[in-house]
Design a protein around this ligand. Sequence first.
Ligand code: 1BN
Ligand code: ZN
Length: 367
Amino acid sequence: MNPNKWILIFVCILWNSSVIAPLSVSSSFSPTDIISTQDHFDFNSTRAYEIIQKQVDIGPRHPGSDGIEKTRLLIASELLPDSEWVISYQNFSKIWMENQNISLVNIICRPIDLDSTQPYFLLLAHYDTRLWADKDPDPLKRKHPVLGANDGASGVAMVLELGRVLLEYHNITNFKLVFFDGEDQGNIYGWDWILGSRFFVNSDEFLNQEISFAILFDMVAGTNATFKREKNSDKWAAELVTKIWNVASALGFNNYFLNQSGRGIIDDHIPILEKGVPAIDIIDEFGIRYKPWHTTFDNMTFIDENTLKAVGWTSESILIEFSTSPEWLSNLSSFTFQTQFILFDWISGTLLLMLGILNRKRKISRI
Ligand code: 1BN
Ligand code: ZN
């Protein structure tokens, strides 16, 4: 047999092996214990759509831009009434193009009545947009900025609208909304991805807190979106993933929430998982299926209110259940995250891709 094939088989076995599954995760609580019976929803997808539109109207919102400053003001202005919310800003900075010091800001919003000595959950999104549309089909546009209707604005809109609904309609106060800066600038002027969440998990806002779980919303408004069980979420926070995908299915949203294993994505949930707190990423499959990803056409044309509704209603349903069944908050297991598995997944995934390309090239040259 061709030696490439042996490597391929070996990597495939290891990649999917239960040997590398999270042995340290355990809990007596079954995610199927509660199934949503909710039939009325306050999450307003039209309002979420409008919050996306407002961000897109600002223009590009990459770190250091006027647009990102305006977005900070917009986020704060959407949380009403003022007297019910406390907003704090986490400032940090990063060198850009060797000598420019760019300031970055994570925005943390909590209901004024949150009792942070009790378990609470986090709703997360990044609000920066990518400086370069480096996946644009037109090479001349690959250094144009991304508008980030889906990649940036949709997560912000989802988190703002969920926060409003939980507090205003359900009087739920055991949560925080966190909007991360610097998520989307990887491989630009030597920057890395997920800078905001890396900073957040090493700050007092995260350390020594009673955080029970976190849900990250990224690219949650695309036309015909499909949300697969993101690989890292599924490995390390399987209970939460199972619960959410089950509720989505019970609500008839299984055309959006596909009960299939998806890719592993380095996103803002990873630093939280690394600290042993269950965290999941609800993210549209990008790149292959989600064509506007990191291009100049990530604009309102590809935004669909129905996708916002599917994600919003599913999340509202779950968060209400969690808040009225506190055993969920206390029974979710913490665990010891093992970074090498993510690294391994990434290396083996890349190897598989390269071998696939090599094999295809060989076949084409034979023809
Ligand atoms: C998600 C949306 N991400 C960026 N925009 C995270 C990511 C990082 C995805 C690296 C793929 C590769
Ligand atoms: Zn992005």
